[in-house]
Design a protein around this ligand. Structure first.
Ligand SMILES: [Zn+2]
Length: 220
């Protein structure tokens, strides 16, 4: 079996992208590049980028294209860590970002873009119950909490509701997703790169579906 894949994961917030991206990155032995996690780390560390992003994200807004493109270009270009590929999560969010990504990756284009499909009503319910480790960003929920209280199983950090998981911010993000990101799906479909994968079911069931769809594209 060939290792590696170059892929983008699309889908509404709450579709289970984070969980599935971690599983895929282990399977293919490539980094999971989550622009959301990168931004939140920058916010925690109080970098210049973090301060800019914090203001936008606390309001439920999307970080501007030029800022995001710069971050991703730097990460994908960095010191050989993406030689076997990557699972890109949270980027692109707009057609403009997709065009920039196509340019950045022109030497080694994407294998596949996956749309992890879960209905809006389902993700709204999931997001309201989502909890996350403040330190390592591990995902939990009110139906799948840590073993002991709200203390992270991985690192002992505090497991909390993210500040941007308030109902108002969730609605705003989903609306932004519909209006800005949904056209991406059409854009990638036109280029023959899109695989729509049903995101309902257990994590293992969804992973199996993803692997079948992705492997068919990798030509392995
Ligand atoms: Zn943790």
């Amino acid at each position: 079996m060939t290792l590696g894949v170059r892929m983008v994961m699309l889908g509404r917030q709450g579709a289970g992208k984070g969980t599935q991206c971690v599983r895929l990155s282990r399977h293919y032995v490539v980094p999971h590049i989550s622009t959301g996690d990168m931004l939140r780390a920058a916010v925690r560390e109080g970098t210049e980028l973090g301060l800019k992003a914090a203001e936008i994200m606390s309001d439920g807004g999307l970080v501007p294209d030029d800022l995001m493109i710069g971050i991703v270009e730097e990460r994908l270009g960095g010191n050989g860590t993406t030689a076997r590929g990557y699972v890109l999560d949270g980027f692109p969010r707009t057609v403009g970002q997709a065009e920039a990504l196509a340019e950045i990756t022109s030497a080694r284009p994407l294998d596949v873009v996956v749309d992890l499909d879960v209905a809006k009503a389902v993700v709204l319910e999931r997001l309201a119950g989502r909890r996350v480790c403040d330190d390592c960003a591990a995902n939990y929920s009110v139906v799948a909490p840590p073993k002991y209280g709200w203390v992270c199983d991985n690192c002992g950090g505090d497991v909390v509701q993210r500040e941007d998981d308030t109902p108002a911010a969730i609605e705003k993000r989903l609306a932004a997703y519909e209006s800005e990101t949904a056209p991406l799906i059409a854009w990638y479909e036109q280029r023959g790169l899109l695989e729509v994968v049903d995101g309902l079911g257990t994590a293992a069931e969804v992973t199996d579906r993803l692997l079948s769809a992705i492997d068919a594209r990798r030509g392995s």
